[in-house]
Design a protein around this ligand. Structure first.
Ligand code: CIR
Length: 262
């Protein structure tokens, strides 16, 4: 069974962290509508939805992806690079604990889940402004007993590794090579985003379908030419908070259904 863990949008989303964007007004009602449609899309793709209530005082808490890296046997709880986001971890850990053994990244390490791409037994980690050297070292030590290795990827110009590349097929990576060093991914086939759509590399593979923000028609065409099945969602408001389609969920497989699931 496939699960999608989400959290409702905080009323203080407009105080979110921003690294590469200037602050623009966010229409929270519209953002909530988009988030609801995103949730429905995941549901149609056979995900069992677990949705946590909004956190009144944590602006970026809708971006649950950054709080954990969920592997087959273990969930690694992160320690986000932005201090304002560290209060997001505990409640996510409580949800994941019935499904996975829990391990934690601890001080002085920082690591954001948006910097992690898992492919087979390799975890690619972006050297971003949010994830530090101690983070890479701790992660590698935590996952080694479970048979995973960590490979650090050079990147620049974007917030997280997954802002600049994401998995769109069994062995396919959608990528903006101006931001991310493609040579790190020697076991993946690279598909370049359209040159006029630098932000298009964040896409979410669920089963055999890719969820993509509707703002990137040219890259969508490139993916469709590769016979990749795509559904689009509107992400205009969360994009103003530097969030893409991967950021708003943690997707994981599990056998059973705890009480929290609707
Ligand atoms: C932040 O700067 O932390 C949020 N405003 C955006 C986080 C987006 N998350 C992600 O790319 N995984």
């Amino acid at each position: 069974m496939l699960f999608a863990l989400l959290r409702e949008i905080s009323p203080c989303l407009d105080q979110c962290e921003l690294t590469h964007l200037d602050r623009q007004p966010i229409d929270i009602d519209l953002a909530r509508e988009h988030h609801q449609a995103y949730r429905d899309t995941l549901s149609k793709l056979s995900c069992q939805i677990i949705e946590l209530p909004a956190e009144e005082t944590l602006p970026d808490s809708v971006f649950v992806e950054d709080t954990a890296i969920v592997l087959e046997d273990v969930a690694i709880m992160t320690r986000p690079g932005a201090e304002s986001r560290r209060g997001e971890i505990q409640s996510i850990e409580e949800v994941l604990a019935p499904y996975r053994e829990i391990q934690r990244i601890v001080f002085p390490a920082t690591l954001d889940g948006g910097d992690a791409i898992v492919h087979d037994r390799t975890i690619y980690i972006g050297r971003s402004s949010r994830s530090n050297e101690d983070g890479f070292i701790q992660l590698a030590a935590l996952v080694a007993p479970y048979g995973y290795s960590v490979k650090v990827v050079t990147m620049t110009g974007c917030l997280h590794l997954k802002t600049g590349c994401s998995i769109v097929g069994p062995d396919q990576l959608l990528i903006n090579r101006n931001w991310v060093d493609g040579e790190a991914f020697d076991d993946l086939e690279l598909i370049d985003v359209h040159s006029e759509e630098p932000d298009a590399a964040n896409a979410l593979l669920v089963g055999e379908t890719v969820i993509q923000a509707r703002e990137f028609p040219r890259t969508r065409e490139i993916l469709q030419q590769q016979d990749i099945n795509i559904v689009t969602v509107n992400n205009s408001e969360l994009a103003k908070a530097e969030g893409g389609v991967t950021c708003c969920s943690i997707i994981f497989e599990a056998d059973w259904k705890p009480r929290l699931v609707e």
